[in-house]
Structures are given as C-alpha cells and as structure tokens.
Design a protein around this ligand. Structure first.
Ligand code: ADP
Length: 224
C-alpha cells in the first residue's frame, strides 16, 4: 500500500499517517518530522531549514526532494509500501515526486485528502501549541501555513482526482472515527491494487497538473 497524504496543517496528517503505517506495517515518511529532527540535531540541513520552518514557509523543493528520494529508496528495500506525509506541497513537488516514484517503481496508489476547515485546524493547532511548543504553532505562523496550503497545495488535489486515486475524508470528526473511515477505505482498495501492474504501464499526464492552477497560476505549463 502506497499512500500520500494531503491536508492542511492541523487536520491530523501525523496522527492518521502513524495509524495507517502501523495498520499496513509500512514506513511513515513525514517530511516535517524529518526536518524537525535535523533542526533538533543541528545538522547542516537543519541549520539551513530552521528559518523556513519558524516562518511557516516551504523549504526549497530540492532539499525536500533529496530527503524524500532517500526515504522512498529505503521504503522500497523495506517491502515497497509507504505513507508519505507532507509532500507534495506544490505543483513542482507533485511533478518531481511523481517522476522519482516512476523511476523507482513506487508510484502512489492513493492520494488521501484530509478535509478540515480553517477555524477548526487553527483551534487544534493553538491547543497543541500549549502542549508541544512547536516553534511554528503561533497564530501568525499558523495563518501563514494555512494561506500557503490554500494557495499552492490544495490545487494539486484535482490532479489526483483526475488520476482516479483521490480519497477524501472528512477530518473534522474525532480521531477514531476518521481513522476508521480511512482504514476501511484503504482495506477495500487493497484487492484492486493487484491490478497495479496493469496500471504501471499507464503514465499520468503531467501536463494536466499545470492546468489545475490555470494559465496565470504558479508554474503552470508543461513539464520538462
Ligand atoms: P504542518 O502540515 O502542520 O504545517 P509539517 O510537519 O508537515 O506540518 O510541516 C512543518 C513545516 O516543515 C512546514 O511549514 C514547512 O516549513 C516544512 N515542510 C514540510 N514538508 C515540506 C515540503 N514538502 N516542502 C517544503 N517545506 C516543507
């Protein structure tokens, strides 16, 4: 089972990603966690990305893509499944991730969208801030992260819908209800994935990814 998760901050990507990974016995690759780990260990990468995280901005695509490629290579060696949490966050990442995944024979089976409104996720993140003290869980930075989500991340959903791999779940409900719905949906998909070999020959059309943003959108156009 190969799942990528797309959701606004505070919708529960981390929680649900962990549960999905445990259910299927596959690695949970969370870009935010990987980055925060680098920051905590004060690695070169950590020092380079800290300011982006603190401001709620996206770290440069190449940094993320190198990190994720390495993790997907490891996931392939570990059995071939994954839960990707936190990527793609923009059209360039969606395109690059797809090409990496094709290259490794590891394209996603499901794009899981956790749907939650701004007021609810803001409330959750501020509640979490009181407990966890994440540097980006302040009102200003939360607003910035949400704005970025709507501007550059949410438009990608249409592309996954067109590819027929989008599963959208109402994430405004309690954790257990959301996870039950997700795991039921994914379990039902498992038998269908046996046809994955057939689909592997069917390349997604990257040109339509640009269309999701309209002609004036960021980085619209045909892929390299
Ligand atoms: P959230 O979704 O709650 O904002 P994450 O843990 O997924 O939390 O991400 C935290 C921060 O890590 C982001 O605000 C961003 O700075 C950085 N980050 C995570 N994933 C990516 C990515 N794919 N591209 C660029 N930056 C990322």
């Amino acid at each position: 089972m190969r799942v990528l998760m797309i959701a606004p901050p505070g919708a529960g990507k981390g929680t649900q990603g962990t549960l999905i990974a445990a259910h299927f016995g596959i690695p949970h690759i969370a870009t935010g966690e990987l980055l925060r780990d680098h920051v905590a260990r004060r690695t070169g990468l950590g020092l380079a990305v800290q300011e982006y995280l603190d401001r709620g901005e996206l770290v440069p695509d190449q940094v993320i893509l190198d990190m994720v490629r390495e993790a997907v290579v490891a996931a392939k060696a570990a059995g071939g499944g994954y839960v990707l949490d936190g990527i793609p966050r923009n059209i360039e990442q969606a395109r690059a991730l797809y090409l990496i995944a094709v290259d490794l024979g590891m394209t996603a089976d499901v794009a899981l969208h956790l749907d939650a409104g701004d007021a609810e996720v803001t409330r959750r993140l501020l509640a979490r801030a009181a407990l966890e003290h994440r540097s980006d869980d302040t009102a200003d930075v939360i607003a910035q992260r949400l704005a970025l989500y709507h501007q550059v991340t949410a438009p990608i959903l249409g592309w996954y819908r067109d590819r027929g791999i989008l599963v959208s779940v109402d994430a405004m409900r309690p954790v257990q209800q959301v996870s039950r719905e997700i795991l039921t949906a994914l379990d039902q998909l498992l038998p269908l994935l046996e046809h994955a070999a057939e689909r592997a020959g069917h390349r997604a059309d990257l040109a339509t990814l640009g269309e999701a943003f309209g002609a004036a959108g960021p980085a619209a156009g045909t892929p390299a």
